[in-house]
Ligand binder design. Structure first.
Ligand SMILES: [Zn+2]
Length: 251
């Protein structure tokens, strides 16, 4: 028997009354756990709901193909993130962010705890409703990509190491940027133009210590550019359009 701390990011019904939950755990990344009778309002129903952070006590079994399967034995909620279920904007955003997690390669993270901490903090602020939702969304999208092994080189120009310029040409495919004197392909399909302010914001999200990550303010004008930037990066890395994002945008 093992005890894991995990956030439920997806649930799928299994048979008439059971379900499979996907939990992002501190210890083992994303795991699927079978919850017998989980669709009924049983003992552990609330602790295994979507967006609940719980202590999950599981039995581990190895199947004929050598894969580990997890079966829930008991569960205790740590944080329910109540508001996420009561507000349509909050729940639509939480649905998108947890879908991103489901499709992320968490195993690429240097430390899986980084991803869990980022997720719990983002959900905390969305739940609380005091910080700008669009900013929280952008921080989560870009930092998740950085923390799962795809942090681009934002230190300076890739050729001459210049720290900033009136415009820096960031190339999403190359994962690096060039200053205006070095950049030969300013019209690249993968290009994003970063002025000093936008560069400061994306550097902050990618590189700052976690403790200061959410302590940034972004004006509406730059938020629009930041949203465009982070959504393009998501489309590039996941090569997918997320229906949950389309739904959030439709509200
Ligand atoms: Zn340069």
């Amino acid at each position: 028997m093992i005890t894991l701390k995990g956030l439920v990011i997806r649930e799928e019904p299994k048979g008439e009354s059971s379900k499979l939950i996907y939990a992002l755990t501190r210890e083992r990344g994303v795991l699927s756990i079978f919850v017998r009778g989980g669709m009924k309002s049983g003992k552990y129903a609330s602790a295994t709901q979507l967006y609940v952070y719980s202590e999950l006590c599981c039995e581990e079994k190895t199947n004929a193909r050598g894969e580990t399967q997890y079966y829930l034995n008991s569960a205790e909620p740590i944080n329910m993130f109540f508001e996420l279920r009561l507000d349509v904007y909050k729940s639509a955003l939480a649905a998108y962010l947890t879908e991103l997690l489901y499709y992320s390669r968490i195993e690429g993270a240097r430390d899986k705890n980084d991803v869990l901490r980022l997720t719990l903090n983002t959900l905390y602020y969305i739940n609380e409703g005091k910080k700008d939702r669009e900013l929280l969304k952008s921080i989560f999208e870009f930092r998740l990509i950085c923390d799962t092994g795809f942090r681009p080189n934002l230190i300076g120009c890739a050729k001459c190491y210049k720290y900033e310029d009136e415009i820096m040409y960031f190339n999403i495919r190359a994962g690096e940027m060039e200053c205006s004197s070095c950049c030969r392909n300013k019209e690249s399909l993968y290009g994003v133009l970063l002025d000093p302010k936008l560069l400061y914001i994306v550097r902050h999200i990618a590189l700052t210590d976690f403790e200061r990550l959410f302590a940034i303010k972004v004006s509406p004008k730059y938020q629009q550019q930041l949203t465009e930037f982070t959504e393009r990066i998501v489309r590039y890395y996941f090569s997918d359009k997320f229906e949950t994002l389309a739904f959030y945008r439709s509200l």
